[in-house]
Design a protein around this ligand. Structure first.
Ligand code: SF4
Length: 237
């Protein structure tokens, strides 16, 4: 094995040791990322004949240099990204740069929907620590909406010009899989023009447990019932 390759391996090991000793919250800090990045730049450079060209020092990015790159459609570096991530970087200027790219890709068009939420039950088997919504089965604040109440919410949505209903809720201890599918079906049958965005990944995972079906089969059931799309849940991510 050529010696320059051996050097490279040792340096990568050093880099990994730096990464592994950083707790995730420390790594998320821009200053730490910059330090890991500078470690990367300063150590992972194979020496010897495989890399005969001297490396020019990387220019320190500024918002102006990033703006020039955005205008030219040039790819950004990790350091560019870190600068944009700095709390001191003016957010509105970052937004203006993002809008430049959005406009380049999509022109002067934007789309909006009028959205309402349906949370048919707050009773949940889980206890996510951030959640103030959930309830235990016998707690006074626990509720489950009837089909009539769910349809009334659909009517209210349509009467108010809503184009989309966002449906999430608790994972009820006693409700069967069919209850969740039926909820989508009765709404879609009654209000076919209302886009139904229902059930996050957490709920789909719960349905796997309830129905003993695959994710594909569950999604097929829900699409057949009238599902238009799925919301993204923080817990799902
Ligand atoms: S799964 Fe949803 S409703 Fe249940 S505790 Fe977690 S965030 Fe709350």
């Amino acid at each position: 094995m050529p010696s320059d390759h051996a050097t490279y391996v040792v340096e990568v090991d050093n880099l990994l040791s730096v990464c592994h000793f950083q707790p995730p919250q420390t790594l998320a800090n821009p200053a730490t990322l910059r330090s890991v990045n500078s470690h990367l730049h300063s150590t992972v450079i194979p020496a010897g004949p495989r890399n005969p060209e001297p490396r020019l020092p990387t220019p320190v990015p500024t918002l102006d240099s990033i703006r020039h790159k955005v205008e030219a459609g040039t790819r950004h570096t990790l350091d560019d990204g870190l600068l944009l991530y700095e709390p001191s970087t003016p957010l509105h200027e970052v937004g203006a740069l993002a809008n430049l790219v959005r406009g380049r890709l999509n022109g002067n068009r934007a789309y909006y929907n009028i959205n309402t939420h349906l949370n048919a039950t707050n009773i949940c088997v889980y206890r996510c620590t951030f959640c103030a919504f959930r309830s235990d089965l016998r707690e006074a604040k626990g509720y489950v909406m009837s089909d009539e109440q769910i349809l009334a919410r659909g009517q209210e949505a349509v009467d108010n010009g809503c184009t989309e209903m966002h449906i999430v809720g608790g994972l009820h201890h006693q409700k069967k899989y069919d209850w969740y599918v039926n909820l989508v079906r009765i709404l879609h049958d009654a209000y076919p023009d209302l886009h139904l965005k229902a059930w996050t990944g957490v709920e789909i995972n719960w349905f796997e447990f309830l129905a003993k079906k695959s994710v594909r089969e569950i999604l097929e059931d829900l699409i057949d019932a009238g599902l238009g799309s799925m919301p993204g849940g923080g817990a799902a991510i």
